[in-house]
Design a protein around this ligand. Structure first.
Ligand SMILES: Nc1ncnc2c1ncn2[C@@H]1O[C@H](COP(=O)(O)OP(=O)(O)OP(=O)(O)O)[C@@H](O)[C@H]1O
Ligand SMILES: [Mg+2]
Length: 254
């Protein structure tokens, strides 16, 4: 099982939307997927509601417990399961740094049951983001190309560096930075994207995911944007998202 964290401490940049689409793409590619929702907002849980019998199974805050938990991740279907966010996650932020390694150890117990584990992380540079990065083999970072959002990119790269060099997780690989919700018509944004590429080079993925209304609609309908496409704009969004997800999954398959 490979573990991919989707992370950026900035809010609303599309982390959960990307995690959900990566899950659909991985399932379609025949992978068995485990979802982990580290964000108390519970976006992943909303996108993948319980199929029967109500929510059950291992909850995210339990991944930080030292003693072994008895529950297994909740099954959504044959090749998809989820560790849902819960209220207990809030107290994790007050915990000491020593809990940072625990979720990685806990998740490895399911290594034989899944091919890919996707972790959606909270918009906060705290214990849960650190623990997600410590657990992960790979991290991908969606970014918005605005002045404020870009100021956070250096912080995130610094956090990844800390996780790698302070003994938490030397094998963490940065898949790359994915420009999200971009607006091609804005000259400022095009310039910002160019300067981002000039500054970070190959760390910026070649794919870009522009702001497109069908993405919001797809999320509202709980399906990937490439299903049930209607019209030119929708088809374009579908192609962009399919290509970006396949590219990211391809980079971690190597
Ligand atoms: N490419 C896109 N085009 C249009 N809307 C998008 C796109 N990507 C994301 N969105 C929308 O932007 C909003 C924020 O996205 P999302 O919740 O995925 O961000 P997030 O980084 O997980 O936020 P948070 O930090 O609060 O967890 C959602 O309503 C989502 O549907
Ligand atoms: Mg989110």
């Amino acid at each position: 099982m490979k573990i991919l964290a989707v992370a950026n401490q900035k809010g609303g940049v599309g982390k959960s939307t990307l995690t959900v689409h990566l899950a659909y793409a991985a399932k379609e590619a025949g992978l068995r997927v485990l979802l982990v929702d580290m964000d108390k907002q519970g976006s992943l849980s909303l996108s993948f509601p319980s199929t029967e019998g109500g929510e059950s199974g291992l909850l995210a805050s339990r991944l930080y417990d030292l003693e072994a938990h008895q529950e297994s991740p909740e099954r959504i279907d044959d090749d998809l399961a989820i560790v849902r966010a819960d209220k207990g996650l809030l107290s994790i932020d007050k915990a000491e740094n020593e809990v940072i390694r625990r979720p990685g150890a806990a998740l490895r117990r399911y290594a034989r049951d899944f091919d890919l584990c996707l972790i959606d992380t909270p918009p906060l540079l705290g214990v849960r983001l650190m623990a997600s990065l410590a657990a992960a083999d790979y991290v991908v970072t969606p970014v918005s190309v605005g002045l404020y959002e870009l100021a956070g990119v250096a912080d995130l790269i610094q956090t990844i560096h800390v996780i790698r060099t302070r003994g938490f997780n030397p094998r963490l690989k940065h898949v790359g930075i994915l420009p999200m919700k971009t607006n091609n018509r804005s000259a400022e944004e095009r310039e910002a994207l160019e300067s981002l590429r000039a500054q970070y080079g190959a760390a910026i993925l070649p794919e870009v995911l522009p702001e497109r209304a069908p993405v919001r609609k797809a999320i509202a309908r709980r399906r990937p944007v490439w299903v049930g496409t209607r019209g030119e704009g929708h088809l374009q969004a579908a192609n962009e998202w399919r290509a970006a997800c396949d590219s990211i999954l391809g980079r971690i398959a190597k």
